[in-house]
Design a protein around this ligand. Structure first.
Ligand code: HEC
Length: 231
């Protein structure tokens, strides 16, 4: 009998203990909501993507500055993807696409007798500069929607740089490497750092209502960021 009583009491204490532990756990979850961190993260992520979208419009990265030090051997390997349609040798025949000997720095639609679409002559300049080839090879159809070149493009900047560094050597006399002025012009066109900084400010001044949204996000971010620091 005495043993039964003891067992009951013991069981009661055990249950109370478990309840207390569990309660404590629940209470902890309530006091330290994981949510707040997530919330702070969400704002950061939103900010980053907002900034990222403004800083990086969908388009090719500048590569002219990379060409001088690019891996020419790697470029030759990348060019294997082009060989399905192009020959690169001097006087080589046209395939699906034209022969590409001396194409860098030369005129667009350069191969005599090849049935070009004419689309490439309608955009950019009339010459295949490094800068034009960078944009074209990033995504041919984005460069000229009507081009006959059905090729997805070379998306990685280092790969386009290597490809052009090699393509440069496939000529009677390789063209000079990109000049400082060309590099600066390309950067100004494809990666204008000043313009992205100035853009939100300009919106602020021109349209205070629109400007209020980014300002509110900015103000909220430091407030939530302080919480984890206070822990
Ligand atoms: C599926 C076939 C195909 C592939 C793969 C291909 N091209 Fe082309 N390329 C073409 C065709 C077709 C044209 C002609 C485009 C036109 O007239 O609109 C062309 C045109 C060009 C031109 C312009 C030539 C000129 O005389 O103006 C260059 C430069 C070029 N391609 C480079 C490349 C490079 C570099 C690669 C590999 C990264 C590549 N192409 C992959 C089919 C292809």
């Amino acid at each position: 009998m005495g043993g039964m009583e003891f067992n009951k009491i013991f069981a009661a204490i055990l249950v109370a203990g478990i309840v207390a532990m569990f309660g404590g756990f629940v209470a902890k979850q309530l006091v330290h909501p994981v949510e707040s961190e997530e919330f702070a993260f969400k704002i950061e992520a939103a900010e980053a993507s907002e900034g990222g979208a403004a800083a990086k419009p969908a388009g090719p990265d500048p590569i002219l500055a990379l060409i001088a030090t690019a891996d020419v051997g790697k470029g030759e390997k990348i060019a294997k993807a082009c060989a399905a349609c192009h020959t690169f040798t001097k006087g080589g025949p046209a395939g699906v696409g034209p022969n590409l000997w001396g194409v860098l720095g030369g005129p667009k639609d350069h191969m005599q007798g090849y049935a070009y679409s004419g689309a490439l002559l309608e955009v950019g300049g009339k010459t295949w500069t490094y800068a034009e080839l960078n944009k074209f090879l990033w995504k041919p159809k984005a460069y000229a929607a009507a081009t006959k070149m059905s090729f997805a493009g070379v998306k990685k900047p280092e790969e386009r740089a290597a490809l052009l560094a090699w393509l440069r050597t496939q000529a009677d006399s390789p063209k000079p490497l990109p000049a400082e002025a060309d590099i600066a012009a390309e950067n100004a066109e494809l990666a204008p750092p000043a313009a992205t900084e100035a853009a939100p400010a300009a919106t602020d001044a021109a349209a205070p209502v629109e400007g209020a949204a980014p300002a509110a996000v900015d103000a909220a971010a430091p407030a939530t960021a302080e919480k984890p620091a206070a822990h």
